[in-house]
Design a protein around this ligand. Structure first.
Ligand code: UD1
Length: 416
């Protein structure tokens, strides 16, 4: 049962509620380590990456309890323990624990983090930034050990924007001695959520939502209850599903204000989008697409995580277009699978050329990473015949139940 079977060719009609954001909940869960007591995180998605983060927190001595979408983390009995290497290795966000644990215990040994295979994903900038903050780090081939007597504020100048490094430095800085400046800081809504969570807990952070964050270390933080915002990438994925299949859907709780670039490309690709108070109404395939080039970038530009779902839309759209990927060097891994479904796509360096004149047909294809896997499922909605997408576990890293959500939206999909 590690696959999704999709019977293509059916227009969508229905509504679904968008889950809490994966990329916001993971650093916020790591941030609970900075707070002595119980934090309550609402709207925490029930996805495998969150499961692994909670497992890591438990292995460090935290008491963790989930009731529906509410997760309680009590860190009072935090102890230094080995983290289970299968959880550290499975996701990139285990690196978040580095900044938070250094702030709380001053001492961390861990294996290198894993995550989707979408480029080399080094951690050199994390290490450089933390060294500037007074951390000694020794590395070998499989693991690294970091140690500090007291984290110190520093000016962290980065060669380019990194979401993970910005988050790690924030986590290290909120309890550090003195002031930390991060420049350029990532401006993603998930960073804003992390900062808001920490501010509620008593942290002093200025410049939230800008490319320069200034953090003044405080003596301690207090427990809080915080609601994780909805997941803009999950909302964008179902928006793409409707663009592939056609029809009309309502995405309840979609975080419209964080989806500007996604929505404007969707409109260029022929969709109609009505912004409502509690979500967005999407009409897929309303007009002929006029989008010829899609380029990824850091927020507020078009998110790299939406690139594969939009590639699926292009392959199904009847209009040729080009995608330029500027964030990760290996993010066209779904191309062979889409081509197996009848798409015509060629890749030259960081640019993919999609010939939209081809017709998609059903096939058995394999998910190789999270967003690419979801993109194959939605491409299959537009394909003639039946498709099976195997390796569903990659998709489960970020989507609570993609089959259930698509069925709510009227798709003919089932577990296989
Ligand atoms: C986060 C998101 C991921 C998203 C990405 C870009 C989470 C859990 N994941 O990943 O969904 O696709 O932002 O929006 O929030 N880099 C280095 N050295 C480092 C760190 C990063 O060279 O030490 C490079 C990466 O290889 C990449 C670029 O920086 O080319 C951007 O990566 P980064 O923003 O750090 O992505 P993640 O935090 O891993």
């Amino acid at each position: 049962m590690d696959a999704v079977r999709i019977y293509g060719g059916k227009c969508l009609q229905g509504q679904t509620t968008i889950q809490g954001s994966k990329n916001a909940s993971l650093p916020i869960l790591a941030a609970t380590l900075l707070i002595n007591g119980t934090c309550e995180i609402e709207n925490c998605p029930d996805i495998s990456d969150v499961y692994h983060m909670l497992r890591l927190l438990k292995s460090l001595g935290c008491a963790v309890k989930r009731e529906g979408t509410l997760v309680r983390v009590n860190t009072e009995k935090l102890s230094e323990c080995d983290m289970p290497s299968d959880s550290v290795g499975v996701m990139r966000s285990s690196i978040m624990l580095l900044g938070a644990l250094l702030a709380r215990t001053g001492n961390v040994c861990m294996e290198y983090p894993g995550g989707c295979v979408i480029g080399s994903r080094p951690i050199n900038l994390h290490i450089q930034a933390l060294r500037k903050m007074g951390v000694t780090i020794e590395e070998n081939e499989t693991e690294f050990c970091a140690e500090t007597v007291r984290l110190k504020g520093a000016v962290v100048s980065l060669p380019f924007v990194s979401v993970g490094v910005t988050e790690n430095v924030i986590l290290a800085a909120v309890l550090a001695e003195g002031e930390t400046v991060i420049r350029p800081a990532a401006r993603e809504p998930e960073i804003q959520a992390l900062c808001e969570f920490l501010q509620c807990a008593g942290a002093q952070i200025e410049g939230i939502g800008t490319d320069c964050l200034v953090i003044r270390g405080v003596e301690g933080l207090h427990p809080v209850r915080y609601r994780v915002p909805a997941d803009r990438i999950v909302a964008g994925t179902y928006l793409c599903a409707c663009m592939c299949a056609g029809g009309q859907i309502f995405l309840r709780d979609a975080p419209v204000s964080h989806m500007e670039s996604i929505l404007s490309y969707a409109i260029e690709m022929g969709a109609s989008v009505v912004r409502e108070k509690d979500g967005i109404l999407v009409i897929g395939r309303e007009r002929q697409p006029v989008c010829h080039v899609l380029k990824t970038g850091c927020y507020p530009e078009f998110p790299t995580d939406m690139q594969s779902p939009f590639m699926a839309v292009m392959a199904a759209s009847g209009q040729s277009a080009r995608i330029v990927e500027t964030v990760f060097e290996n993010r066209f891994r779904i191309v062979p699978a889409l081509c197996k479904m009848g798409a015509e796509i060629t890749v030259h360096g960081n640019t993919a050329f999609v010939d939209g004149s081809s017709k998609l047909h059903g096939a058995i294809v394999q998910a190789e990473e999270l967003r690419g896997g979801a993109a194959l499922v939605i491409a299959a909605l537009a394909a003639e015949g039946t498709s099976i997408v195997t390796n569903r576990h990659y998709i489960d890293r970020g989507y609570e139940d993609i089959v259930l959500s698509l069925r709510e939206l009227g798709a003919d999909a089932e577990l296989a």
